[in-house]
Design a protein around this ligand. Structure first.
Ligand SMILES: *[C@@H]1O[C@H](CO)[C@@H](O)[C@H](O)[C@H]1NC(C)=O
Ligand SMILES: *[C@@H]1O[C@H](CO)[C@@H](O)[C@H](O)[C@H]1NC(C)=O
Ligand SMILES: *[C@@H]1O[C@H](CO)[C@@H](O)[C@H](O)[C@H]1NC(C)=O
Ligand SMILES: *[C@@H]1O[C@H](CO)[C@@H](O)[C@H](O)[C@H]1NC(C)=O
Ligand SMILES: *[C@@H]1O[C@H](CO)[C@@H](O)[C@H](O)[C@H]1NC(C)=O
Length: 468
């Protein structure tokens, strides 16, 4: 209780003495130190050295330097600032004549409180070795009227917003290398869409030295990743969403993105006419597509490896037969369509030659279940059960026949299917076979009879006697 009271008291004193300090009430979970971010906090262990108009302070400001306003100091170097927060308002209050300001090796510094205002005369602002600084918010610097150069090398910056580069009116050069840029979460997409001669791009002096650091782009040159993001954004078909899932480098060092185009549930009747280069995955679930012709025969789809067509209205896939795509694909999902049958022989052939194949899904289709089709289809399912991943969902269509209706095809006994054709115990094929057998017997019988009668009587059969 006493501590809190003291804190509040201290706050109000600081607020009176230092007009620039803004006091925001934040959650009580933060330590008091962060809450008001005062210079006096660290004066006891600080060490300041002045030579003429230059001042170098390590570990804070000694109390000598935060007694009066010092108009004479134009160069200030803040070394190893011990706090997580630095009050810009206080700085401007004590050192209104600053033209060069440096923060070096302030490894704990996370954020700046307040912002430089129109009265600032600072021309060059340097922050280096700030290993806890993830982002410099534009608000801190946008109003600096004389800022020409911003050196932010060797920090831990991941993101920046466009106004950081656009904002300060006189800004000419910004150095950004040696940071840990995150190119993967969209935070830098605005930079990707910049013109090559756009203001922000021209202000970044070391644009071609920047490297992406986070996640899938780790270690990749930022400018190449930005080019990829731009191309992807410009070629992503409407109304789909395109995201990069992986980035690989080819032997020549070129950066190749692997892109997923998500067109799920967008009421599409046709697949998109074109895809971004190197799209590997296309998701078309829950649309109204009724043929795969536009996919299999489209030259823009050649790199496509994974195709998800769940919950559409596809009733035939004969276009797959003999297609190049079918012998190279990785994933094909046709769940929830209107397939009654597939060209079993073509599937078997393609699966045999396809070395990439990983998963095929065929469940929740109204499969035809008769003796003509099921033995072959079941054979395929069992032969490739490692690839066809949803066997329990591959069932006969619903029908009045209790034995086959919704039966799992991979486990259905063939006896049931092949005798289940109710009302016709002997199938048509068998009738034909039977007739053929009778005819053969007849011919052989007649031949034997004729041969015997020729041997005993010497009489030629009637047919031979009338032939010339
Ligand atoms: C502050 O506390 C409120 C509730 O007391 C909570 O909803 C909010 O998320 C907290 N904010 C931060 C930044 O912790
Ligand atoms: C900042 O730290 C780095 C490495 O920790 C050191 O090499 C450099 O001399 C330091 N800079 C200053 C000005 O103290
Ligand atoms: C930027 O370059 C483009 C072509 O690359 C050109 O059309 C445009 O006029 C240029 N803009 C400026 C401001 O120079
Ligand atoms: C694709 O988009 C749909 C609809 O916007 C969304 O619900 C789904 O989560 C997305 N799928 C993936 C894999 O991103
Ligand atoms: C397809 O539709 C079924 C039933 O409506 C639903 O449960 C399933 O999640 C859908 N699948 C996809 C991939 O959208």
């Amino acid at each position: 209780m006493k501590g809190i009271l003291q804190g509040v008291l201290l706050c109000s004193i600081v607020a009176v003495v230092v007009p620039g300090v803004q006091l925001r009430t934040r959650n009580g979970s933060l330590p008091l130190v962060n809450r008001f971010c005062s210079f006096s906090e660290y004066s006891s262990n600080a060490d300041c050295v002045q030579s003429h108009y230059r001042l170098i302070c390590r570990g804070g400001f000694t109390s000598y330097w935060i007694k009066d306003i010092r108009y004479d100091i134009t160069h200030l170097r803040v070394l190893e600032w011990p706090g997580e927060c630095f009050s810009v308002g206080s700085l401007e209050y004590y050192f209104p004549g600053l033209r060069f300001l440096e923060f070096i090796n302030c490894t704990r510094l996370k954020n700046f409180k307040g912002s430089f205002n129109e009265a600032s005369k600072i021309e060059k602002l340097t922050m280096q070795g700030l290993s806890s600084l993830w982002e410099l918010l534009p608000g801190v610097i946008v109003r600096m009227p004389y800022l020409r150069e911003l050196d932010l090398r060797r920090n831990m910056l991941r993101h920046m917003k466009a106004p950081l580069l656009y904002g300060p009116p006189r800004l000419e050069r910004v150095h950004l290398s040696g940071n840990t840029w995150d190119c993967s979460d969209g935070g830098l997409d605005w930079l990707a869409m910049e013109q090559e001669n756009g203001t922000a791009r021209l202000r970044i002096a070391d644009y071609y030295d920047l490297v992406c650091y986070q996640k899938l782009y780790r270690g990749k040159p930022l400018h190449k990743v930005m080019d990829i993001i731009k191309t992807t954004k410009l070629t992503c078909p409407d109304p789909c969403v395109c995201i990069m899932t992986h980035v690989v480098s080819d032997p020549t060092g070129a950066v190749i993105p692997l892109i997923t185009v998500n067109c799920s549930r967008r009421q599409l009747e046709e697949p998109p006419p074109a895809l971004p280069p190197s799209t590997t995955t296309l998701r078309l679930e829950g649309n109204k597509i009724n043929t795969i012709r536009g996919i299999i025969q489209n030259p823009h789809y050649t790199k496509l490896a994974d195709l998800y067509l769940d919950n559409n209205s596809i009733s035939a896939v004969k276009e797959l037969e003999g297609s190049e795509w079918f012998s190279k694909f990785r994933v094909l999902s046709l769940r929830g369509n209107m397939l009654e049958q597939i060209p079993v022989y073509a599937f078997d052939k393609a699966f045999q030659v396809n070395n990439n194949i990983m998963h095929v899904y065929l469940g929740h289709n109204p499969w035809r279940c008769d003796c003509l089709y099921i033995p072959r289809f079941q054979g395929l399912l069992l032969k490739y059960k490692r690839v066809i991943r949803d066997l329990p969902d591959i069932k006969c269509s619903k029908s009045s026949d209790k034995k086959t209706s919704l039966a799992q095809i991979s486990t259905i006994p063939l006896g049931i299917v092949c005798t289940a054709d109710s009302g016709m115990p002997i199938s048509l094929v068998n009738i034909v076979n039977l007739v053929l057998l009778l005819l053969i017997l007849l011919v052989v019988g007649k031949f034997l009879y004729d041969w015997r009668s020729f041997k005993s009587t010497g009489k030629l059969p009637w047919l031979s006697s009338i032939l010339p």
